[in-house]
Design a protein around this ligand. Structure first.
Ligand code: HEM
Length: 406
């Protein structure tokens, strides 16, 4: 299969069981990436491995974003969760995608988000202060989860007391975006989707009666009053923001702390010099990404160097693999917060028209989340970081940490 360009037929692609990938994703992907540009997994997906192809395919007109086939492949065919997948900005194409993205892109504009930094800093510092006297916490549940949840609540203008309820719904729903999803998860996720959608519907109605200075009020003109279907679709983009911004950033916050604390010299360097924080965030996102892949559909046969992507294939664009590709990064298996070879557009946030809309917010949350943690004296891991999942949103296990109470 590694032979001359464009020679391998689809059936010749190496077949890799998903369980093998899940057990040791970096090693398995590295082995195959050296031999071929893609593999097949036993759940019927063709996974794209090399940085050059990953970067090219996100804007290649021979691919399109997956639509409802994503939900159907997971056995989700009707009901509130299916409606989410049918109407979200993430899983749409062309004019429909532009219609769904434009209003939230305007309200999520870079300058608007950048102005939120002081308030996000206050959230992060407040969380550290809440736990400081205890000398320990589960960094995942006590810090990484509430930080993005409180940030999105602040942006949308949600009451702080609603945060635990809506984050529970979000985590149940976003399980459908992980490789751990199974039929047993369906009832809870479907109920959670119903509750979150109703919650957003009630909020929109409330803001219509009494607008405020928040994102939901800013989005009101894009939510039709006289067309229930259009209004439901527009509201679904608020649900999308809540879902897309919670689990991803929770995982990334825990991962970056776990990686830095496992590299004490680099942790110390960040503590001493705040200017290293953006580089530390970028490197953690590369080394152990919170999102390992995203899907596309091949509209035509796509020849690659050494294999052919079959027309009609469900493609998994493996950012996890691309960000360990020695063709893009020097010594890719070395965690180095001072690395200077990050591409201008960080691969972890995708590319093309679907490039992550929350990138600026995510970076601010990660930077401020890291900065506030450096104020805890002698912070240390009580258990090493474990990240699971080879695709989509990845999962982090509990991350107990301790520090000295001064
Ligand atoms: C570390 C954190 C995050 C990572 C790694 C991440 C990654 C991604 C990726 C890879 C995509 C593109 C998926 C595709 O092309 O199929 C995406 C899309 C998206 N992200 Fe993020 N994301 C993060 C945080 C956020 C946050 C904080 C928000 C907002 C609150 C957000 C909102 C979105 C939305 C709305 C889309 C869909 C854009 C579209 O389809 O046009 N994300 N994200």
């Amino acid at each position: 299969m590694a032979g001359s360009p464009h020679t391998a037929a689809p059936a010749d692609l190496a077949l890799v069981p998903r369980a093998e990938l899940e057990a040791d994703p970096h090693a398995v992907l590295a082995r195959h990436r050296a031999a071929a540009p893609c593999i097949r997994t036993d759940d019927g997906v063709v996974m794209l491995l090399r940085a050059r192809d990953v970067q090219a395919l996100v804007t290649d007109p021979r691919t399109r974003q997956v639509e409802t086939e994503f939900a159907r492949a997971r056995g989700i065919t009707a009901g509130p969760l299916y409606e989410f997948f049918r109407q979200t900005v993430l899983l749409s194409n062309g004019e429909v995608h532009r219609r769904r993205r434009a209003p939230i892109a305007r309200t999520f504009a870079f300058q608007v988000v950048a102005a939120l930094r002081p308030r996000i800093r206050a959230i992060a510092e407040g969380l550290v202060d809440e736990h400081r006297s205890r000398g320990r916490m589960n960094l995942l549940a006590d810090y990484a989860a509430p930080l993005p949840a409180r940030a999105i609540a602040m942006i949308l203008g949600l009451p702080e007391e609603d945060v635990p309820a809506f984050t529970a719904w979000v985590y149940a729903m976003s399980r459908a975006l992980t490789s751990a999803w199974g039929p047993q998860d369906y009832p809870e996720a479907d109920e959670a989707a119903h509750r979150l959608m109703t919650y957003v519907e009630d909020l929109v109605a409330e803001r219509r009666r009494a607008p405020r200075d928040d994102l939901i009020s800013a989005l009101l003109p894009s939510i039709a009053e006289d067309d229930p279907d259009a209004a439901a679709e527009a509201r679904m983009q608020i649900v999308s923001l809540i879902v897309a911004g919670s689990d991803t950033t929770r995982a990334a916050l825990a991962i970056q702390a776990g990686l830095l604390l496992a590299h004490p010299d680099q942790w110390e360097a960040v503590r001493r010099d705040e200017a290293l924080i953006p580089g530390a965030v970028a490197e953690a996102l590369r080394f152990e990404p919170a999102v390992g892949s995203f899907p596309r559909f091949a509209l035509a046969e796509i020849p690659l160097e050494g294999a052919v992507l079959p027309a009609g294939a469900l493609i998994s664009i493996s950012t996890l693999s691309a960000m360990r590709d020695p063709a893009l990064y020097a010594d890719p298996d070395v965690f180095d917060i001072r690395r200077t070879d990050h591409p201008r557009w960080h691969v972890v946030f995708g590319g093309g028209v679907h490039r992550c809309l929350g990138e600026a917010l995510a970076r601010i949350e990660l930077e401020e989340g890291l900065r506030a943690l450096t104020r805890l004296p002698d912070l240390r891991l009580e258990r090493p970081l474990t990240v699971r999942g080879s695709a989509a949103i990845r999962r982090v296990e509990e991350l107990p940490v301790a520090w000295v109470v001064g």
